[in-house]
Each structure stands twice: as C-alpha cells, then as structure tokens.
Design a protein around this ligand. Structure first.
Ligand SMILES: *[C@@H]1O[C@H](CO)[C@@H](O)[C@H](O)[C@H]1NC(C)=O
Ligand SMILES: *[C@@H]1O[C@H](CO)[C@@H](O)[C@H](O)[C@H]1NC(C)=O
Length: 230
C-alpha cells in the first residue's frame, strides 16, 4: 500500500510537471508538404529534426498523414510528401484541405513543383496552383506561417527541359511570394537551389543522396528556426 501510494504520488507529480512543460511551450505543428523529395524517404527531414534537437529546439511536432520512413534513427517524421504528386495535381484533386483538417498545422514548409516541371507545366501554371494551396492553408489557419522552397535543381535522363524549368520556376517564386505576403500569414522563401548540385548531390538527377539530404536540412534550418521563434 505504501509503495503504491508513493508510485501514485510520483505519477501525479510527473503528470503535473509534464503538463507545466506543455503549457510553457506548446508544440508548434509543422507540415512538410511536397513530393518524393520530401516523403520517399525524405531523410533530409530526419537530419533537420536532429539539428533542431541539437539546437535544443524541441517544441515542434511534425505532422502529416504519411508516416516517417527509415532513415537510420528515430525521428519525428510525419509528412505530406507524396511521391509523384504535382502542385497542379494536388489542386485539381482537392487534396490539401483534407490533409490540413486532419493535422492542423501552424507552419507549412513546401517543396513542390518538381513533378510539374517534369510534366511541362509553366511557372505561371505552377504558381497559380501555389496560390490555390496558399488560400487553402490560410482557410485552415488565418495565421498560417508558410515556407516555400526554391526547389533543388533537377536534371534526370530524358527530360531536356527539366533543368531550365526549375530555374524558371525558382526565379518566379520570390515575386509571387512577395505579392501574396501578409502580416497575419507571412511567407518565407527558402533557397534550396543555391549550392545544390544535381550531379553530386543526387544519384538520379532528382532525389537527394546523403550529401543532398545534408544540404536540404541546412537550407531549411535557419529559415525554419526564425519562423519558430517569431
Ligand atoms: C513577408 O513579410 C515579412 C514581414 O512580415 C518579411 O519578413 C518577409 O521577408 C516577407 N516575405 C516575402 C516573400 O516578401
Ligand atoms: C551522391 O551521388 C553522386 C552521383 O551518383 C555521387 O557521385 C556521390 O558520391 C554521392 N554522394 C554521397 C555522399 O552519397
């Protein structure tokens, strides 16, 4: 009896302590949104999570309807990185509102457009899709914070227009973001293009290998930390 009493007291104390911690720093829900570069397996997210832990930034909760895939260590890896998906396709299939309502993110970090470029969509078509997705994010949460990547370079075999298509999209993103920016729901443009070499940082001209994953974790880290601290 005495032992049980002590165990109960300990449990209660632990529960109170952990609820105090929770009250002090509610986890910020972050949705990584994209295609296979983000989700299949997207191990740059594992490296990014580890960098956050190393920096003692632990009030995060990565969310999404897809589970983490193996990246060699346990990490918080839920995501919306859907292999093969286009921004224009996510819009025409009306998929984002359902993902948002299931997971309620505070922050969306989006690396999208690769498959659109591959399928010959123009920057205008892709940015129109981004605008629809942005509206859906803000419908889900008025103060949504959005990070939009200037995507990594791509040069797969049999895609003559891919390399230049990514350059054209990335060039158009900052102007789009500035025009859509609001005080309530700020947009941060994240440059994941500069310093990434599709010949050295991917094995297939598209998907980051281990050096590419390291570069992607690095491109997101500072902008994400700034958003988390704002
Ligand atoms: C959006 O506005 C914020 C300030 O509210 C600013 O820090 C940020 O750079 C702006 N983003 C763009 C893409 O202009
Ligand atoms: C990444 O892929 C490229 C091309 O296949 C290769 O040359 C390079 O050694 C790889 N780097 C790492 C760190 O895996």
């Amino acid at each position: 009896m005495a032992k049980m009493g002590r165990a109960t007291w300990l449990l209660t104390a632990l529960a109170v302590a952990s609820s105090m911690v929770a009250a002090q720093s509610p986890a910020i829900k972050i949705m990584p949104l994209g295609d296979s570069i983000t989700g299949s397996p997207g191990c740059w997210r594992a490296l990014l999570w580890r960098k956050l832990q190393d920096a003692k930034i632990t009030n995060t909760d990565f969310v999404g309807t897809l589970p983490a895939q193996g990246c060699g260590f346990t990490y918080d890896g839920e995501n919306e990185g859907h292999g093969g998906f286009l921004a224009t396709g996510i819009v025409s299939n009306k998929q984002l509102p359902g993902w948002l309502s299931k997971t309620n993110p505070d922050v969306v970090m989006m690396h999208l457009g690769t498959n659109d470029v591959w399928n010959n969509k123009s920057p205008d078509e892709i940015l129109a899709a981004f605008s629809t997705l942005l509206g859906q994010m803000r419908d889900s949460k008025k103060t949504m914070k959005i990070l939009v990547a200037q995507i990594i370079p791509m040069n797969p075999p049999n895609c003559a227009q891919c390399a230049q298509g990514v350059v054209a999209l990335n060039k158009a993103i900052p102007g789009w973001a500035a025009a859509k920016n609001t005080t309530d729901s700020p947009i941060t443009v994240v440059d994941c293009w500069t310093g990434f070499d599709d010949a050295k940082d991917t094995n297939d001209g598209v998907h980051p290998n281990s050096s590419g994953n390291e570069k992607m974790a690095n491109c997101w880290f500072d902008p994400l930390v700034r958003v988390l601290k704002s």
